[in-house]
Every structure is written in structure tokens, then in C-alpha cells.
Ligand binder design. Structure first.
Ligand SMILES: Nc1ncnc2c1ncn2[C@@H]1O[C@H](COP(=O)(O)OP(=O)(O)OP(=O)(O)O)[C@@H](O)[C@H]1O
Ligand SMILES: [Mg+2]
Length: 439
């Protein structure tokens, strides 16, 4: 068995594209863009009396009118049309339909847990879809080689995320080479990834208002690549690279208020899903974050893993701080401390029959760090052929009452996270005001 045999074996399974299997009929393929009825819109997304929506549509023939389906009475809208309705209502005085979006740069929320299967990806998908349904514009970074989040969002083959970091490394390499040339020293040779690092525009998803950068299996060797670049370019700090890359790509541009899902507006939220590892890629997503969110279940194994995970995270980041500190002191600068605006934990796959006592204990121990709402275990989320998220579910398959009951947990979690985001934006505004206009 040699390398050519590996390639030949790969060839027997069809095209190289990692997304191709996802599109094969019968497999758990990309969630198709689903439609939203006047019931779901007025019940959940733009709360109002259904009659008010009907009257407003009649009075404004230029607004999206949706289309009727077999059942006749209801009209169905794409999410893009729902966004247009939100903009229209907001413009005609319906300020309560605007999301709470104080001015400032988009917030970065990173989901992290080194243990596999704690619910990072499922939570990320609900947060992305929920934020879009609330009127926020979202950029998702799917940094997990499983690519499951990309699949849940209906875009299994998105523009790659790794060039955000590679382009930063390449920039440092060029700076370093400039210095080397001026000193008459041999230059460093970039590898193919650095040489051709092209930061592409995020891909649209099946969820209007949610864009995506990912990479799936091509992200599997990301940590080794990053370590290699770091070894080559000693002045490059990979832990800063993700935020710097997002900034350089213009994704961190501040906004004055709700961008309101207009396609050319900037993002409100950058949501990062990480693999169950604490390699350089995950650490750079953790260090970039304004808000860290750790989902886990109230089982003894996951409680223990969460405690160990937090300790590990602390020691990995402390090691980076120490390294930064040595460099800063050598240059007479103040050593940098890494801080976050908020760290929150979330109970997922919760079973009220067996885990209520454990959950109450965790709540007492963790205080406000634990988000109050819990995501109960729901069989349809564990079903590989299911919609993957509750928000991806067409309510006609389960009925209105069941759908409303299923939505209760993710809706409560959305509300808690959106309130936290608004709090963080306001804190940042207050800090900026204290720093003064010179800062
Ligand atoms: N509330 C829930 N109820 C039932 N099953 C759930 C729930 N949330 C997640 N799951 C299932 O648990 C499994 C792990 O969830 P998920 O993929 O979100 O975890 P993860 O932390 O992203 O895993 P990994 O670390 O491997 O990426 C999946 O099969 C998912 O469908
Ligand atoms: Mg995952």
C-alpha cells in the first residue's frame, strides 16, 4: 500500500469534493430552505395578530405576498421575504420588530468544549438560525472537520475559513522576508497554503441572513498546518490570527444599529463552532471571542469533562499569556492579558426525569455563568435523518402544538443569548465612552 493506492482508493468513491456525499439522495443531505407560514410568522417571528398581518399585506401590494399551498388558508414565505416584511414593518413604525442592536462591532461568540458530542454544533445551528429569525445578520465559521454545521445550514461546501489565518501568516512571512532581504539573509519559502491564501467571500446558506465559512474535512490537518507556519514565521502569533483575519476581511466593521438583514449590510454576530480539541485553531477562536459558550449535559461524565475542559482551557491560554509576557517584557511593553466579555455554560440534552437534581446543583455552583434555560433531549435532534435543528422543522410534520412545545427551549435560549449580546454591546459602548474620543 503506497500513497498512489490511497489516491486510487479515494477515486473509487467518486469525486474528491467532501460535500458530494452530503448531496446524495437518501443521505442526511443539506436542509432545504424551508418556508414560513403566516401562523409561524405571527406566532414566533414577528409577533402580531394574524389579522393585522393580513390587513397589512392587503394594504401594501408591494410587500412580499407569499404564496398559498394546498391547505389554502395560509400564505407561505421564504425567510428572505420574512426579512423584507420585518424591514417593512420596522420602516412603518413597528420599532418593536427591530432586534436589540446597540451600536458597535459585531460580537464574536465561540462554542467550545474539548469533549466530543456535548452539543456545540447543534447549539450553534440553533443560535445561527434563531439570530437570523430575530433580525440579526450572522457570519458562521464552521471550524469542525465534520462539517456538520455547514450541512445543517444547508451549505455543505462553503468558502473555506482557513485562508483567514493563512493570509495573516502569509503577511507576516512577507514582512519577515523584507527584513531578511534588507539584512542580506536567505528568505523563508512559503508552502502552497501560504502562497495561495485567498480569502473568499462567505457563502450564503439556506438560511437568508446567515453566511458561512467552513471547510469540512480540509480542516482536519489545520492544526498541523498552523503549527508549521508558526515554526516557520517566528513573529506570527496564531492565537491572534483569526480575529485579525476577520478584521482584515472587513467582517468586524462597526454598525450604528440593526443591520436588519439587508444583504449588503455588515454582520451583527460572528458565531464560531469548534472541533472537540484545544489545538491552535480552536484556541484562536477562543481568544477571538467576546462571548464563550460551553454546552454540556448534566451527566456525571460530562460534568467531570466540563471541569477538566475548563482547567485545560485555562492552562492552554495561560501558556500563551506567559509566552506573550516574555516577549512583551523583552520589548519593554505591558504583557497582554486575555479577557472575554462573558463566559456562559448551557445544559443540553437535558432529561428532566433523571437530571433535575444534578442540574439544580450545577445551577447553585455556577450561578449566572450557567444560562437559565436548558435544552431538553429531543429525539428528533438525535435522528440522523431528521432536520437536525428544531428551527429546521416544518411544523406541518408534527403539528402546531408539538412545534410550539419543541420551540420553547431553543426560543428561551435565543432570548437569553440575545439579551447577553445586548448587555455586552452596551458594556463595550460604556467602556469606549470612558476611554474617550481619543481612544
Ligand atoms: N437536545 C438534544 N436532544 C437530543 N439529541 C441531541 C440534542 N442536542 C444534540 N443532540 C445530538 O447529540 C449528538 C452530539 O451533538 P453535537 O454534534 O451538537 O455535539 P458537538 O459538541 O458538536 O460534537 P463534536 O464535539 O463531536 O463536534 C448529535 O448526534 C446530536 O444530534
Ligand atoms: Mg460539533
Amino acid at each position: 500500500m503506497d500513497l498512489d493506492a490511497l489516491a486510487a482508493l479515494a477515486g473509487t468513491l467518486g469525486p474528491e469534493s467532501t460535500g458530494s456525499a452530503a448531496r446524495r439522495p437518501g443521505s442526511a443531505g443539506p436542509a432545504p430552505a424551508r418556508l414560513f407560514s403566516t401562523w409561524e410568522i405571527t406566532d414566533r417571528i414577528l409577533p402580531m395578530a394574524p389579522n393585522h398581518l393580513r390587513r397589512s399585506l392587503r394594504a401594501n401590494p408591494d410587500w412580499p405576498q407569499g404564496r398559498s399551498q394546498e391547505d389554502g388558508r395560509l400564505r407561505w414565505f421564504t425567510l428572505d421575504e420574512v426579512h423584507a416584511l420585518r424591514r417593512a414593518f420596522a420602516a412603518s413604525g413597528g420599532a418593536r420588530h427591530l432586534p436589540d442592536r446597540p451600536p458597535g462591532a459585531p460580537l464574536i461568540l465561540t462554542l467550545v468544549h474539548p469533549r466530543p458530542g456535548t452539543g456545540k454544533t447543534t447549539t450553534a445551528a440553533h443560535l445561527a438560525q434563531g439570530a437570523a429569525m430575530a433580525g440579526y445578520r450572522v457570519l458562521v465559521l464552521d471550524l469542525a472537520p465534520s462539517g456538520r454545521l455547514s450541512q445543517l445550514l444547508g451549505a455543505p461546501d462553503p468558502a473555506p475559513a482557513l485562508p483567514l489565518l493563512a493570509a495573516q501568516a502569509a503577511r507576516h512571512l512577507r514582512d519577515e522576508n523584507r527584513l531578511r532581504l534588507s539584512r542580506g539573509e536567505p528568505v523563508l519559502t512559503p508552502d502552497a497554503d501560504l502562497d495561495g491564501a485567498e480569502v473568499r467571500a462567505p457563502s450564503p446558506t439556506a438560511w437568508a441572513g446567515v453566511d458561512l465559512l467552513g471547510g469540512g474535512l480540509t480542516l482536519a490537518p489545520a492544526d498541523q498546518k498552523i503549527a508549521g507556519w508558526q515554526h516557520l514565521i517566528r513573529s506570527w502569533r496564531p492565537w491572534e490570527a483569526l480575529r485579525a483575519g476577520l478584521d482584515a476581511a472587513g467582517h468586524l466593521a462597526p454598525s450604528d444599529g440593526p443591520a436588519l438583514l439587508s444583504p449588503d449590510a455588515g454582520y451583527d454576530l460572528i458565531l464560531i463552532d469548534t472541533p472537540p480539541a484545544l489545538g491552535p485553531l480552536t484556541l484562536s477562536a477562543v481568544i477571538a471571542a467576546d462571548i464563550l459558550l460551553m454546552p454540556f449535559a448534566a451527566t456525571s461524565a460530562e460534568i467531570a469533562a466540563t471541569s477538566r475542559g475548563l482547567t485545560l482551557l485555562r492552562s492552554e491560554i495561560a501558556a500563551i499569556e506567559t509566552r506573550e509576557g516574555l516577549a512583551a517584557r523583552a520589548l519593554g511593553e505591558t504583557p497582554r492579558r486575555f479577557t472575554w466579555s462573558a463566559l456562559r455554560t448551557l445544559l443540553t440534552r437535558f432529561d428532566p426525569a433523571t437530571q433535575t437534581r444534578a442540574a439544580t446543583g450545577i445551577q447553585t455552583q455556577m450561578g449566572e455563568t450557567l444560562l437559565m434555560p436548558r435544552q431538553e433531549a429531543v429525539p428528533l435532534l438525535a435522528d440522523p435523518d431528521g432536520p437536525g435543528t428544531i428551527y429546521g422543522l416544518d411544523y406541518r410534520t408534527v403539528g402546531r402544538d408539538r412545534h410550539a412545545a419543541l420551540r420553547r427551549d431553543p426560543d428561551a435560549i435565543q432570548a437569553a443569548v440575545h439579551a447577553l449580546m445586548a448587555e455586552v454591546w452596551r458594556e463595550k459602548l460604556a467602556e469606549a465612552a470612558l476611554d474617550g474620543p481619543a481612544g
